[in-house]
Design a protein around this ligand. Sequence first.
Ligand code: ZN
Ligand code: ZN
Ligand code: FE
Length: 754
Amino acid sequence: MIRKLIIVKGVVQGVGFRPFIYKIALKNNLKGTVKNTSNGVYIDIEGSIDNYKNFYKDIKYNSPILSVIESIDVINKNIVGYETFKIINSEKEDGFTLISPDIATCNDCLKDIDNKYDKRRGKYSFTNCTNCGPRYTIIKNIPYDRSFTTMRNFKMCNSCEKEYENPLNRRFHAEPTCCNECGPKVELLDSTGKKVEREDPIKYARSLIKKGKIIAVKGIGGFNIICDGENYSAIERLRSKKHRARKPLALMMKDIDVASKYCNFNSTEENILNGNKKPIVLLKRKNNKLPTNIAFNSSNFGVLLPYSPLHYLLFKDGIETIVFTSANITGEPIIYKNDEALEKLEQIVDYFLIHNREINMPIDDSIVKVVLGEERIIRGGRGYYPIFIKKHIEKNILALGSQFKNTISINYKDYIIISPYIGDLDNKDSNERFNKVMNHFKNIYNMEIDEVCRDMHPGYFSNSNKHLYSNKFNNIYHHHAHIAACMGENEENDYVIGITFDGTGYGEDKNIWGGEFLICNLKEFKRGAYLNYFKLPGGDSAIKSPWKIGISLLNKSLETNKERLYEIEKKYISENEVNIKFIESIIDKNISCPLTSSIGRLFDGISALLGFNGDITYESEGAIYVEELANKHIGNKEEYEFELKEKNDDIEINTKKLVLGIVDDLERGIEPSIIAIKFHNTIISLTIKTTLKLKEKYNISKVCLSGGVFQNEILFKGIVNGLKQYGFNVITHKKIPCNDSSISFGQLLIGSNK
Ligand code: ZN
Ligand code: ZN
Ligand code: FE
């Protein structure tokens, strides 16, 4: 006879862990107790040594599918003579527990929903169990107990309580469990907020969708705006009301069979689509059977399958495809409160399908793409985030991230926690959301902050904050943070060559970097090479107007031949002469023309030369335009000339010949799509040549890739494969996005080394 205290840490709460322990304790004839604490699950067990050994093996190898065990500690105890095995109530201790992300509805629950004879869960929109349902979005505090969630407002009926207390039931201690009798309810409101009385509001909503109506639907992490995905004019109306001219819209599809009608996917992508996270997966389109205004010229569709019972119930009566876009005012964070939705979406939608389960922490849908056989997260939200990365750091650091695609990171008790995607911090609502997320993590873990890490850029919102929790600030360069994040995700500590290709980052010389090759580790960096500087006429405003950058690139390459310059501009820049002249004049006088080495901006400028008209209507539209053109000629290996100029201690990548080559091709009447693939090939080639030179110079053969430009699939694949051919060890992002959502994690790692 022995007694042991077993402490299991990791994602072990809200995932059916205690019922699992209960079952294996019964199976192995052990007595004692199990409880959740904020320090993990505590199992106090008594029995024979052989039974204990089998029990331990079960914990290690057969734990619930959603659990992630980080550690198991075992302490010997004196026998007390337990007579039964019991699950006892949670208590709050000074410790740490990982918050589970929200999990898509499981197949067992879907069966319950489809069961017409089940009065409690048939057609019920909030059906969940220990294997599925909301978590992060409803948790107000830890440990994970109903009383600390937004479900505390709903008192369980007798039937639910019985299930909740029966260790052999699938809903045993399923904290958000509820049913038609006791749980939240769905309501349909018209655009003015007036209740539409119908016996089955969801059924009526389906008929409205079929009639082309636009509906705001409250989901797990916030509201979405939906309409029939097969109805061109409904989509057009949604676009015009939401002021969303051209940005591709995501599609929710009934099931995998419907998805296969319109998209190509491999088994990895199918598993992600059908898995328990249910992100938006970017898939190659198969045909043009759906309305063109869903994604215009994009070769991808963003597709997700229903992840909550309410969404699942929308796909009856023949509905197969709905446009599914997050409900927000452009640039602002996702709307998640009923009253806010009614106020802000009144002019956009025809109806609201809402409910009375409160969302405590809003979260966006995750977006992922499989590239080079691996799942890569583009936006870290529902199902994936928050994420916890094991790493021991002596001090407590809060890292505030970047201005765009912001996330925050904090470290606590051997983990770094990265928040879900928050958004762009250039408006009041986003700033409030940022504070809400920061306070949530700080309060839930009740922690002291020793140091705050933030971007070096003096104009960023994070630098305007005086209300923070520490007086000690550590300002970190944007691109160093990018590479540190990529290193940290892959547990790399040595010196690497870090290639950062993105849109904007404040550089050491105060210029706008974005085409840099850093020689760095987690502590320090030095710039080894960079894309030559060019002017950004009008500063940040040029980001919206690729044609301004096109003029700047032409100016840089043709400055000695003004006559030809003006002629080329007139021919290929689709903008009126007055505007072109004005931009020329500010470039010549060097007024309001910051310098940039950004590859993202280079793409913008090239897009204008290749026929992209006017201003962009969504982020990176110019760059995506060039990539889509190039997609028509995958396999073409032609490229333009370029020069690598060794300067004092670094290498400048000179693009003058590249731009002149493009101009020559345009003049020869070469198709813009051919020019686009040649341009991509050139960037791949100059990246590989530069990296080889740096390897020679610094004797480093590990390369990290980070920055939003690596979302460009042609470039990413070309650079990874090209570098591998030369024997480089190429390290890339997977669970942390390569874009600016990675910045906070990188800042924290660098801060921990200072
Ligand atoms: Zn379930
Ligand atoms: Zn109930
Ligand atoms: Fe960046």
